[in-house]
Design a protein around this ligand. Sequence first.
Ligand SMILES: [Zn+2]
Length: 405
Amino acid sequence: MTACSQDSGIIFGQRKDKNGKTGSKIMNIRKLTACVLIASMVSLILPGCKKDTESTDASLVPTTVETTPTTTETTAETTSYKLYTAEEYRNAGVNELNSVPILMYHRIYGMKNSETSYTGGNVDKDGYNRTSEAFEADLRSFYEQGYRMMRLTDFVDGYIDVPFGYSPLILTFDDGIRDVVLEGWNDDGTPKFDPTCAIGILEKIKTEYPDYNVTATFFVNDTLFENGEENDKKVMKWMVDNGYDIGNHTRDHAKLGDCNAEEIEKQVGYMYKKLDSIIPGQYVNIVALPYGSPESMGPEHPEYEKIFAGTYDGFEYTTKASLLCAWTRSYSPFVRDYEYRRIRRIRGYDNGGEYWDIEDNFKQLNNGKRYISDGEPDTIVFPSSDNSSGDWLKNTFGHQVITYD
Ligand SMILES: [Zn+2]
C-alpha cells in the first residue's frame, strides 16, 4: 500500500507506539510531492494538524517533516524526521530491513596476537577470549567500515539511532571476567582501569573517536566483575552513568535448558534482584543465555516463559529479550524472521576469514546484507523491492515506513 492515500495521518498523524505492528502506512518516496501537497491542503481543513513546510517541490527535499498526532491518546508524542530523495537513499544504500552485527565477546586479555599459540587474536582454541591487540583492532576496523555503536536495549526497542549512511554495531560481553579490571580509584572518585581490559580499551577508543558513540552491554553473573563486590558495585554505578549497560547472565552461569521452572526463576530472578539493589532501574532487562541454552528448547516451551516473567524471593521480574551465542548477524528488529527471544550474535574470533569468524561475517554484511540507516530513528526506510512479498516487514514499532524505488 502506498502512503499517499489522502490521509493526513501519513505525514502528520504518526503515533508513537512501541508495540505498533504492521498495518502502519507506507510512504513511497516517489509520491512525496503529491503527499506534501495533499497533506498541506488537508491541514488547512483540520485544525489538529500542524504543517512545517511550504514546499510542494520535490527538488527541495530533503525536508524535515514534523508529525503531530491528531488523536488525544496519551501515548501520542510529537516527532519529526528528515526525508531524502529516492536517489539519495539509493546512493547511500539505505536499507533498514537488513542485518545488524551484535558482537559477542568474553574475556579480553592484555596480550599481543603473537603471544598466543592460536589463530589471529584468539586466546583459546575456540576463540571465546581475545587479545587486547585484536580487540582494539576490531574496534578501529568497524569504525573505518562505517559502523557506529548503539545500545542493545535500544535495538530491542526498535529504536536505531545511527547517522545517515552508517550502520549500527552492538557490542556485548559475557561473564564479566577481564571485562572490567580495576586498578584503583582516582582522586576524583572515578575508577582507574587496566588499559588492556575491555573497558580500558573502550574508554581509549571513546576519546579517540567522539562520533563512534562507544557503548556496550556487559552480562554478569553473581560474581560480577571479580574486583571485590564493593568495588564492583561502585564501578557498575560509574558504568551506567558513563554510557554502558549491565544485563543478566544468570546467578551461576546456569544452562537454563537443563533447569526446571523453579530453578530458572532462581537463576534469573536472583540476578535481577541483585542488579536492582546495586543500580536500581538502570540495568537492562535482557538475558544473555549461558551456553546459548535453551536454544533448542524453543520459546514455546512452558519453562522458557520463566526466563521472561517470574518472581524470586518476592522480587518480580520481566525480561524483554534473550540472546543466543550463535554465529552470525542479527536480523533487523523490523523483519519477519527476527525473534526477540533468540537474538543472534557474532562470536568475536578469528578463523582466517572462514566459518563465521569476524572477517567472514563482515565480508557478508558489507556484501549487501548490512543495515544502512537513514539517520532517523522514527522511520523505517528500504527499497520497495525488499518487501515485495508483503510480509518481510513485520513490526514497525509505530515508526513511519518509507520505501523508494
Ligand atoms: Zn557466559
